[in-house]
Design a protein around this ligand. Structure first.
Ligand code: MN
Length: 154
């Protein structure tokens, strides 16, 4: 029989978006994919649930990787503003907005220029590796609309 799961409580450090005993990690290995000024904290990694719950923080003017994959995301914005690309739609971001990212759907989250933006992201523990767009796929995305082209300008 597997050992009884241990109850845990990590205190939040209030408004700093940090939790006791939770390390602030690099978002991804530098150079492995394009992104700008993002940190990652793994809040829950629960085999019994089969999920991980992570908190990502994007510094002002920063952005996550433009990517797609078979696994899905549930995203809850906790702080800040910005814009998200999901599929070929651009959505403004505000605190407590919820996003679901379906399988194989391009997505990227960008913080506004003047404040950090942070969100919780729920994923399956076992998941496929993100794919980056080819030059052709990027050109196709840009052709979707002038809003998408403006979003993907840099
Ligand atoms: Mn993703």
């Amino acid at each position: 029989m597997s050992p009884q799961p241990r109850a845990r409580r990590f205190r939040s450090s209030g408004t700093a978006y940090r939790w006791d005993a939770v390390d602030v990690l690099e978002y991804k290995a530098e150079g492995s994919a394009p992104f700008k000024d993002v940190t990652r904290q793994v809040l829950f990694d629960e085999p019994e649930l089969g999920v991980q719950w992570r908190y990502f923080e994007v510094a002002a003017g920063g952005h996550t990787t433009l990517e797609r994959h078979e696994h899905v995301h549930a995203v809850l914005i906790l702080r800040g503003r910005g814009e998200a690309l999901v599929g070929t739609e651009i959505y403004p971001i505000a605190p407590f907005d919820l996003f679901s990212v379906p399988p194989m759907t391009w997505h990227q989250f960008r913080a506004a220029a003047d404040e950090p933006m942070g969100f919780l992201c729920l994923v399956h523990s076992e998941r496929d590796r993100p794919q980056l767009p080819t030059d052709d796929e990027l050109a196709e995305l840009r052709d979707a609309s002038t809003k998408v082209a403006a979003f993907l300008k840099d």
